[in-house]
Ligand binder design. Structure first.
Ligand code: NAD
Length: 329
């Protein structure tokens, strides 16, 4: 069973090689899956793809015509895959449903605390031998109200950490988890109540037609002035234009983004020697109260090891029994 790994990053290749315990022939490609690069899958039965790869209907058809029958996602999210097309062609798709909710929850807290305590500014200032404290005032997390949208695997780990801080936790989820109420006093409310009453709002729901632009002009207007917004889920949850408008009007204490609506083809790549053409990311980077990371919340050695192991487990299950435990349907 030949495997082509698209969009292989230097941070993961050694983990993938180690996880290939059954020695499947693997071609590691450093570039993304696109209609053009899909042609390079010829001869492979499996492609292993990442969150930035294009698995649209057009691409899936090319893969299928090349003989590919299995798509192993090196991610939990699958909003970049045309599932209906893959189904229609009889292809099988598996994801890595839970590789480490801790990695993403802990990065979410990292963003919150860095914004709260103005860590980047403080570091830059001290590096310049400026030891003044003006403009660096933060706030206690204890007693603040944090609204979590999406209390699944990652959101529930986050509520545990927030409970440890002494935060009041509001949550909005289409499937409330009563154990979180028992353990961490999480109060499930409507999304409108969450917007109105939270000091910090965290997005951890998946991107789907119901959550697309859940943060828009109308929902931003409901929020407290001086609210902090953190998105470590998917960029499409936020209407970036509305966000920029509100940032210009001084609505937010701060905004932390690990994901961005137009991140595909941008995040995870080095543009330091070119002129970035995306005016929205350029504008976002000008705000002193916006902290952006390049979709790295998952990036811990524990998570990459789990992703790699799970990817090759799916491949082995397809090879030996024809179906994999983590198939999407
Ligand atoms: P999960 O499926 O365990 O939890 C998602 C939760 O969202 C569920 O409780 C679900 O009921 C809820 N939900 C679904 N639709 C909703 C809606 N319309 N409104 C409110 N809640 C809704 O997923 P997870 O493992 O916790 O991951 C959450 C998201 O985090 C993923 O969808 C993915 O987009 C993102 N993620 C980001 C990174 C990163 O590196 N930044 C890594 C992994 C996952």
């Amino acid at each position: 069973m030949n495997v082509v790994v698209y969009d292989t990053h230097d941070f993961e290749q050694e983990y993938l090689e180690k996880a290939n315990v059954n020695s499947y022939p693997v071609t590691f490609l450093p570039f993304r899956l696109t209609p053009q690069t899909a042609l390079l899958s010829k001869g492979a039965k499996v492609v292993a793809i990442f969150g930035n790869d294009d698995a649209s209907s057009e691409v899936i058809e090319i893969l299928f015509n090349n003989g590919v029958r299995y798509i192993a996602l090196r991610s939990a999210g699958f909003n970049h895959v045309d599932i209906l097309k893959a189904k229609e062609l009889g292809m099988k798709v598996a994801n890595v449903p839970s590789y480490s909710p801790y990695s993403v929850a802990e990065h979410t807290i990292t963003l919150i605390m860095a914004l709260n305590r103005k860590l980047i500014k403080a570091h830059n200032r001290v590096s310049d031998l400026n030891f003044s404290l003006s403009g660096l005032v933060g706030f206690d997390m204890n007693g603040k109200t944090v609204g979590v949208i999406g209390t699944g695997k990652i959101g529930s780990v986050l509520t545990k950490i927030l409970y440890g801080f002494g935060c009041n936790i509001l949550a909005y989820d289409i499937k409330p988890d009563s154990t979180l109420t028992t353990k961490y006093n999480v109060e499930y409310v409507t999304k409108e109540e969450l917007f109105k009453n939270s000091d910090i709002i965290v997005l951890l729901a998946p991107l789907n037609p119901n959550t697309k632009y859940i943060i828009n002009e109308e929902s931003i207007a409901m929020m407290k002035d001086g609210v902090m917004l953190v998105n470590t889920s998917r960029g499409g949850l936020i209407d970036t234009k509305a966000l920029i408008k509100a940032l210009k009007n001084g609505k937010f204490h701060s905004v932390g983004l690990d994901v961005y609506e137009f991140e595909q083809g941008l995040f995870h790549y080095d543009f330091s020697n070119t002129v970035v053409q995306d005016d929205m990311i350029a504008r976002l980077l000008t705000f002193p109260n916006v902290l952006i990371t390049s979709h790295q919340a998952f990036l811990t050695s524990d998570a990459i090891e789990n992703i790699s192991t799970s990817t090759f487990e799916s491949i082995h299950q397809w090879d030996t029994i024809g179906s994999a435990k983590n198939e999407l349907w």
